[in-house]
Design a protein around this ligand. Structure first.
Ligand code: ADP
Length: 486
């Protein structure tokens, strides 16, 4: 597949290890393909743990120097990286869509809105303030410094191949840390394009490496056991997060985990129903339902449920499936056959237990990994669609009687990333927002993520926050200095 890029140098087939562009030892490569039709886009190196080790060694070697630069210098370099990403957003979006499948407009929005994390943390770099606290006795002062944790390792998923990287690397570099990244094997090209621009922006050689691999485990083990790695930041499935936490426990590494979700999306009878339908469409079908904050379970109060279901089904029917780069396309294919199988399994399970299809329910005529946007009613808490993260374009509607009823159902999950609800009564808004067990709550909106807000989960959805003034804390240690003898 030939991509029509304005800057063809952004499409690279080498990895970026310790400041050098490298091929794999022995020429082992990964074929990167377009999920639209399986066409080959490029080959990238399939690297092993030794490459990760080299990158970590170099990241360790340059970290102190990077941290010693003034905050303003680090900030200016990051700002340049941000400017370059924005300037090349069209090319980055095209690379993203081609390797991941999402519509081009969504890809561009991902690039721009997540580059904003680099912009934000470039600014925050200058505000890593300490503290002076009165001493325990008159001859002492307590001084608090914040220092970078050191070398960080990042592991990112395929659903936001660009944005999941900038929101991790931005704060890490701003804090004075260095970073070794392992992107998802399905979508390494976005990561490598970002590395090209990072190098161009003047990020020092070795401060940011990208290890491409088809065999994640040995790299994960290297990250978890290498004593030079201080922190691991991961976005992906809860199972892999659990494994990383266990492995990294040996050396008490710092961890940020952004894991799975099972977001409830609740519509109360006092809601603006059209706004709720609009929100559910975005929350459920953006990226073909492949986001960790996607509405997974849609709870609608009895009296408005039939109207809501009908409106949602009508809109879902209007989604236009196709190649992400084609004009007017609003939903791309699923990432792979495994994703399709999970969707089919959830639909079949719901049907077997009494669920009904309003629209969709089967693979699309487009073939490949396309699945029809699906809306189901008659859903209960006992079905897989409500218990597990579907990660696909399936909107299951569950009706509820009252507030207590729906809060109990919404909180009946080991996950706690995002939740959403639509209501207008102000007292109810406060009560429900406080009662939902999740790190983020969208009230009358499906759009939660932006660089100014703390993104993250509770329960088994993860640890730590990305974005906002809180997002840099995970890359900093607190040092207390006791100044005595005054
Ligand atoms: P998904 O189902 O979305 O692929 P994963 O959690 O499996 O979710 O993948 C997210 C990221 O974690 C990817 O970059 C993947 O390669 C990586 N990954 C998966 N298993 C491991 C592992 N054992 N060690 C390190 N990284 C892993």
């Amino acid at each position: 597949r030939i991509l029509d890029l304005k800057d063809p140098s952004l499409l690279v087939s080498q990895a970026y290890v310790a400041g050098e562009w490298v091929d794999a030892d022995g020429g082992k490569t990964i074929a990167v393909t377009d999920p639209f039709d399986g066409a080959l886009i490029a080959h990238v190196p399939d690297l092993g743990a030794d490459a990760a080790r080299r990158a970590i060694d170099k990241a360790h070697e340059v970290q102190k120097g990077w941290a010693k630069r003034t905050a303003k210098e680090r900030s200016q370099i990051l700002r340049r990286w941000y400017d370059l990403i924005v300037a090349h957003a069209d090319d980055l979006a095209l690379i993203l869509t081609t390797e991941q499948g999402k519509p081009l407009a969504e890809a561009k929005a991902e690039v721009i809105s997540n580059a904003a994390y680099i912009e934000w943390f470039a600014e925050e770099a200058k505000r890593i303030d300490g503290d002076v606290i009165p001493g325990a006795n008159p001859s002492q002062r307590i001084v608090v410094l914040k220092q970078p944790v050191g070398v960080c390792a990042a592991i990112t998923p395929w659903n936001f191949p660009n944005g999941m990287i900038t929101r991790k690397v931005g704060p890490a570099l701003a804090a004075g840390c260095t970073m070794v990244l392992k992107p998802a094997a399905q979508t390494p090209l976005s990561a490598l394009a970002l590395a090209v621009l990072a190098e161009r922006a003047g990020i020092p050689k070795g401060a940011f490496s990208v290890i491409t691999t088809d065999d994640a485990k040995p790299i994960g083990e290297e990250f978890c056991h290498n004593p030079k790695v201080a922190k691991i930041t991961f976005t992906g499935s809860t199972n892999v997060g659990r494994w990383l936490m266990r492995e990294a426990g040996d050396s008490i590494k710092r961890l940020s985990l952004e894991l799975g979700g099972n977001a409830p999306f609740i519509v109360f009878d006092d809601a603006d129903l059209d706004a709720a339908v609009e929100g559910a469409m975005l929350s459920k079908f953006r990226n073909a339902g492949q986001t960790c904050v996607c509405a997974n379970r849609i709870y609608v109060q009895e009296s408005v449920a039939p109207a809501f279901a009908e409106k949602l089904a009508a809109k879902a029917r209007n989604l236009k499936l196709g190649r992400g780069t084609d004009a007017g396309v609003t939903m791309g294919p699923l990432i792979d056959a495994r994703a399709v199988a999970k969707m089919e399994d959830h639909v079949a399970d719901a049907l077997a237990k009494g669920g009904r299809l309003l629209v969709g329910g089967k693979r699309s005529e487009l073939g490949g990994t396309f699945f029809e946007p699906t809306v189901m009613t008659g859903i209960t808490q006992e079905m897989k669609v409500t218990k597990e993260e579907t990660f696909a374009p399936l909107a299951p509607i569950i009706t509820f009687r009252d507030e207590a009823d729906v809060i109990a159902m919404a909180n009946d999950s080991e996950y706690g990333l995002a939740s959403y609800f639509y209501a207008r009564d102000m007292a109810r808004v406060w009560r429900v927002a406080e009662a939902l067990e999740s790190g983020m709550v969208g009230v009358n909106t499906p759009a939660l993520a932006n660089e100014m807000a703390p993104f993250g989960g509770v329960k088994q959805s993860g640890l730590g926050r990305e974005g906002s003034k809180y997002g840099i804390e995970g890359f900093l240690e607190i040092k207390y200095i006791c100044l005595a003898g005054m």
